[in-house]
Design a protein around this ligand. Sequence first.
Ligand SMILES: [Zn+2]
Length: 114
Amino acid sequence: MKRLQCKDIPDLPILDLVRKCSDQEVSIGDYQPIWATQFGPDGDNWDGYANSVRLAMPPGVPDRLVLAKMEGLIRRGLVQGCTCGCRGDFEITDAGRLAIQKLGGEGYGQKGTE
Ligand SMILES: [Zn+2]
């Protein structure tokens, strides 16, 4: 089986999720985080985190690759955050919002426009 690589993981769903978190459109119970996290379940046991970027990746992506993918998005200036292994605190950047529009996200990318 071919090993999954960063380029096999589409950018748009991740950018979209990070943007939703940054714009406070994602909540966990009463809690409304403003950051997206790298934490999430292993395998099929999803009991976490509406703000996890893993939700926006194919199932079963290994930790190392999750962080590598986020690292790539940060390097390209589309996302801010940390990939040291902490919770991540990923937030969308202006360049990230632009990329969402270019990639065809629906009405996303400009905060405050209806
Ligand atoms: Zn960190």
